[in-house]
Design a protein around this ligand. Structure first.
Ligand SMILES: C[S@@+](CC[C@H](N)C(=O)[O-])C[C@H]1O[C@@H](n2cnc3c(N)ncnc32)[C@H](O)[C@@H]1O
Length: 266
């Protein structure tokens, strides 16, 4: 706890990114990974293998964009940098450890941006005292780049709505749950539509179902994509995301994960 608090205080981070909860999200991701390292290993290995297989399947290997590169837990950066001329790591924030790892590799660039375009708008509305506009824009990021040969969406899709839902719950507690659910689904759909607009290969990994399990019994199931529909996956596996007692003393959190080597082909 103390380590996380100090990390939160001393990590360089733009005030808006902090206010939207992204810094605390990345710090929590790192802490949970340290606590659940062994349980996460098979999921991270499968994600890395999918990204490498997608990379090796590309005939041209100029630029690779990794959307949601985060802490690079599931991104085999050194291998990917050896395959492509340029790798762009894109996330809303890059922590110092990621910056150091990227600096060691020629051809690796860091790009910080909000891939939903919504965070900065919601903050501006809050500061202006306006009620939030919950319409979801169609992201245009990187669509004008002609040199992309692979786009990877790295365990990002289901995470996109969460900081914004948290921000709205903190600042506009009067919003209807139905409006928030609709917003979350539209954010997921906008990311999928964005991926569909690239002309190169697109590789996607996302969790599709969140389960609370005890032994062989499913106690609860949740749709992390808020009803957004996806085609049949090319690969599927389980991620033991929070073995007991991480979330509950007597139950485990398990995520069903789907992966596509070539999402647009589906
Ligand atoms: C589950 S983590 C992905 C982990 C990452 N692939 C890794 O291996 O560490 C989800 C990532 O989505 C990023 N993220 C969440 N909302 C975002 C947004 N609006 N724009 C860009 N990145 C975002 C988070 O910062 C986080 O790094």
């Amino acid at each position: 706890m103390l380590f996380e608090a100090l990390q939160y205080l001393f990590t360089p981070c733009p005030a808006d990114v902090r206010a939207l909860g992204h810094l605390s999200g990345l710090i929590s991701l790192g802490s949970r990974h340290r606590r659940c390292r062994r349980a996460w290993a098979p999921h991270l290995d499968k994600s890395r293998a999918l990204f490498l297989d997608a990379a090796r399947a590309c005939r041209r290997r100029r630029t690779l964009l990794v959307a949601g590169s985060g802490l690079l837990l599931d991104v085999p950066l050194e291998e990917l940098a050896g395959l492509f001329e340029r790798v762009i790591l894109c996330d809303v924030l890059h922590l110092p450890g990621v910056r150091r790892r990227a600096r060691r590799l020629p051809g690796v660039e860091l790009d910080c941006r909000d891939l939903t375009d919504l965070g900065p708008r919601l903050l501006a509305e809050l500061r202006a005292g306006r009620s939030p506009d919950l319409s979801v824009p169609a992201p245009e990021h990187f669509l004008d780049r002609q040199d992309l040969d692979l786009v990877v969406s790295a365990n990002l899709l289901s995470q996109l709505p969460l900081p914004l839902l948290g921000f709205l719950a903190r600042n506009h507690p009067d919003l209807e749950p139905e409006a928030l659910e609709r917003l979350a689904r539209e954010i997921v759909e906008a990311h999928l539509a964005w991926l569909g607009r690239f002309h190169c290969r697109v590789c996607l990994v996302t969790d599709m179902e969140r389960l609370k399990v005890r032994g062989g019994t499913i106690l609860e199931s949740e749709d992390p994509l808020f009803g957004a529909a996806l085609p049949a996956p090319e690969r599927a596996w389980d991620w033991d995301m929070a073995p007991r007692p991480e979330l509950w003393p007597d139950a485990d959190a398990r995520h069903r994960v789907h992966g596509w080597l070539d999402f647009r082909a589906g």
